[in-house]
Design a protein around this ligand. Structure first.
Ligand code: GDP
Ligand code: ZN
Length: 286
């Protein structure tokens, strides 16, 4: 048996990248009987002679639409303008990524249209990597590629490259960026209503492409934002800039809202940006 990564799955045939090359495999019969479907992103063990997927390693996470397993990092994409930057929406994407156990990188696209003050300050303070790019001019693409190879610990990523996916609201340029990085993806770009109309006739299969030091899914994930399912107590841990202070709150279950002696609230305007704290309160008071 050899281990590999499923990079594509169409019609019951799985493309598996291994150290010995690429294999086209079917799923073992027992998977079908138990209604287990291998996903793109699955780390698997294959039988190279039978050309079958024999073992699916436990999944770190699964994105639903399209189904992709084991995402390591999400490139949360927003536009500098058109559509206007929306902090609340960005925070929702960041919270969801964190809840899925996925690292987040903030990618501000359409930087060629940028003409206002820097709205990324709260996120830099929070410790998120922030990349400014333009799919129109190609500016910043080297930075984007570099961060997709991994944020830390380069030796880990070489033996086990990290899997990236783009996410973000419609119209921010995710498809344009994917096309620039992965030309063979040929994502439709442009007007949303046109895309939706055409989308009815085409089913996209997610495919993983190797990209620099990492891997990237050629289809945006995280299209639906279901933050309602996140328990109130969890939000504190999904704001990374709170981490250094939560231990000093008087109450161990402090929600950093109306509690006395809250160390997080004392940091607002210092280690915690006021706009991020406001956003946090929006989640816990919903
Ligand atoms: P998606 O819905 O996030 O996939 O966004 P698209 O990639 O379809 O892009 C939406 C629109 O923004 C298209 O008309 C693109 O041509 C345009 N666009 C994408 N990237 C840029 C950019 O960097 N600068 C400018 N000015 N326009 C862009
Ligand atoms: Zn507190």
């Amino acid at each position: 048996m050899i281990s590999g990564l499923i990079t594509k799955g169409v019609g019951g045939e799985y493309t598996v990248n291994t150290a010995n090359g690429v294999y086209i495999c079917t799923a073992r019969g027992v998977f079908r009987n138990r209604q287990i479907t291998p996903f793109v992103g699955d780390r698997v063990q294959i039988d190279p002679v039978k050309k079958s997927v024999e073992i699916i390693e436990p999944r770190k996470n699964v994105l639903k639409r399209p189904p992709v397993a084991n995402i390591d990092q999400v490139i949360v994409t927003m536009a500098a303008a058109s559509p206007a930057f929306h902090a609340g929406l960005l925070d929702r994407f960041l919270v969801l990524a964190g809840y899925e156990g996925v690292d987040a990188v903030i990618c501000i696209n359409k930087y060629d249209l940028h003409n206002r003050e820097d709205f990324t300050v709260p996120y830099v303070l929070a410790g998120y990597p922030v990349i400014k790019v333009s799919a129109a001019t190609g500016a910043g693409m080297d930075d984007l590629l570099a961060v997709m190879g991994g944020q830390s610990n380069a030796s880990d990523t070489l033996s086990d490259p990290i899997l990236n996916v783009f996410a973000g609201p419609s119209g921010v340029g995710k498809s344009s960026l994917i096309n620039m990085l992965i030309p063979e993806a040929a994502m439709e770009t442009g007007d949303i209503s046109v895309k939706l109309k055409r989308g009815k006739h085409t089913t996209r299969h997610a495919e993983i492409h190797s990209l620099g030091a990492g891997f990237c899914v050629d289809t945006p994930g995280f299209s639906s934002l279901e933050v309602d399912a996140i328990p109130t107590q969890a939000f504190s841990g999904l704001f990374p800039e709170f981490a250094a202070f939560v231990g000093e709150c008087k109450f161990s279950d402090c929600l950093h809202d109306k509690e006395r002696d809250c160390a997080v609230k004392k940091q607002v305007g210092k280690g915690v940006h006021p706009s991020r704290y406001e956003s946090y309160l929006g989640f816990v008071r919903r």
